[in-house]
Write a protein that binds this ligand. Structure first.
Ligand SMILES: Cc1cc2nc3c(=O)[nH]c(=O)nc-3n(C[C@H](O)[C@H](O)[C@H](O)COP(=O)(O)OP(=O)(O)OC[C@H]3O[C@@H](n4cnc5c(N)ncnc54)[C@H](O)[C@@H]3O)c2cc1C
Length: 384
């Protein structure tokens, strides 16, 4: 299937592979400890065009196909996951609402900023009482002359403290709520009334920040409703379309991590064989390796096929949920198996197995938990 992607995209992929091996891998542990990606690396990401993978060329991005973009994420997640996360929200949940539903003026104003990495994009849907149940959001927007006044709290917002543009979903009609009463706004980080809390302390993705955003009479110009005045009330649909795309991305991230864990595990078993460990003692490890490779083979086919279908214009809501469910659950199984193969060595920070084990758990939580994917899949199967 890779042979179907344009030569230009394959050449770009080679540059990303090199960047991962030569620039990101060597600082992975340093970033894990410091919790920060050095600005010089972020600058190199900008120059490589990584902030605008999916944004069309006419708005300053690379305009990669879905398959091309997926392949880039697969490469970027073969190292510390926080590097992918730094560019991830700009390419998917943070910018896609503007790309899918924005007015031409909004696209011209915001997409070039985002694509060139001048302003990172983020996406603010989750609240203290609204995670999986996104229809329960309480953040409110009330029209006040030429501005909307936003009030409420969003939490777990990836890249919240480095974002310049935040797609924010708020309630504009309490009677209609998710059925025509939510609106998507473009909020700039310097709009008065927006307060960003310090980064959350987390189990994994330590070099990627999540923050609480508090809106207190935050003034958002009327023209910043995504899609303009006729789209007031349509924010839930925008958010759901954005998440469809994000689910494929999560599949790619889970696959990239799994591939790396497979390679680490294979090299470790080879090392044990070379060190004279009897083959019989390694039977369980060898079978584990075989199971890992088999699952990865299946996951890769699913993911690439769904990306290809999306590139042909097909609606892939059902397939994207299946990909997210399968790939992310697989990554947790694979990380656990890798830990079993490495045993005590895997528990040591320097070998990075424990980092992958912590990081891949997240893929089963955000952009819809595994249970939510199962609900989507079953609902579609049971439709008349
Ligand atoms: C590191 C990180 C980054 C994030 N980044 C962002 C971001 O950038 N923007 C953003 O808006 N959000 C973000 N989130 C929030 C994330 O999307 C939510 O955490 C996720 O949707 C789950 O919501 P919740 O944590 O409130 O869990 P809950 O919804 O409270 O769910 C708790 C458990 O109940 C299960 N459950 C819930 N409902 C059902 C049901 N109907 N049937 C069966 N089981 C159910 C869930 O699967 C889960 O296991 C991030 C979260 C994390 C941890």
């Amino acid at each position: 299937m890779i042979d179907k992607i344009p030569k230009q995209e394959l050449l770009y992929l080679d540059r990303i592979k090199k960047f991962v091996q030569e620039e990101l891998n060597p600082i992975s542990l340093q970033v894990e400890t410091s919790g920060e990606i050095p600005e010089a690396i972020v600058e190199k990401m900008r120059r490589l065009g990584l902030f605008g993978l999916a944004i069309p060329g006419k708005y300053g991005g690379l305009g990669l196909s879905t398959l091309g973009e997926i392949l880039v994420y697969e490469e970027l997640t073969q190292t510390n996951a926080c590097f992918r996360s730094r560019i991830g929200t700009s390419n998917s949940i943070g910018s896609m609402g503007i790309l899918f539903d924005g007015t031409e003026d909004q696209k011209k104003k915001y997409l070039p900023w985002i694509a060139q990495g001048e302003r990172t994009a983020a996406f603010a849907l989750t609240e203290p009482d609204a995670g999986s149940d996104a229809a329960n959001i309480q953040c409110r927007a009330v029209l006040d002359g030429d501005h909307w006044l936003l009030n409420g709290t969003k939490q777990f917002i990836t890249n919240g403290d480095c974002a310049g543009v935040i797609t924010t979903i708020a309630v504009t009609d309490d009677n209609k709520r998710a059925r025509g009463g939510f609106t998507a706004f473009i909020v700039e980080n310097d709009f008065p009334g927006l307060c960003v809390s310090p980064p959350d302390r987390k189990m994994g993705l330590r070099g990627s920040h999540t923050n609480e955003l508090v809106f207190r009479n935050c003034r958002v110009p009327r023209e910043n409703v995504i899609g303009g005045p006729s789209m007031v009330g349509q924010g839930f649909n925008t958010a759901m379309r954005v998440l469809d795309k994000g689910r494929l991305t999560m599949g790619a991230c889970a696959l990239g991590a799994s591939q790396k864990l497979l390679e680490y595990s294979r090299d470790h078993i080879r090392h044990l064989i070379q060190s004279g460990k009897p083959r019989d003692d390694l039977q369980a490890a060898r079978f584990s390796l075989a199971d890992m490779a088999t699952e990865i083979f299946a996951a890769r086919r699913m993911l690439y096929e769904t990306a290809r279908l999306r590139d042909t214009g097909k609606n892939v809501t059902q397939e994207a949920s299946m990909v997210k469910l399968f790939c992310t659950e697989m990554a947790s199984r694979i990380a656990d198996r890798a830990m079993g193969i490495f045993e005590d060595e895997g528990y040591l920070t320097k070998n990075q197995i424990e980092m992958f084990l912590r990081d891949v758990r997240l893929y089963r939580i955000f952009e819809g938990t595994s249970e939510i994917q199962r609900m989507v899949i079953a609902r579609n199967l049971l439709k008349d």
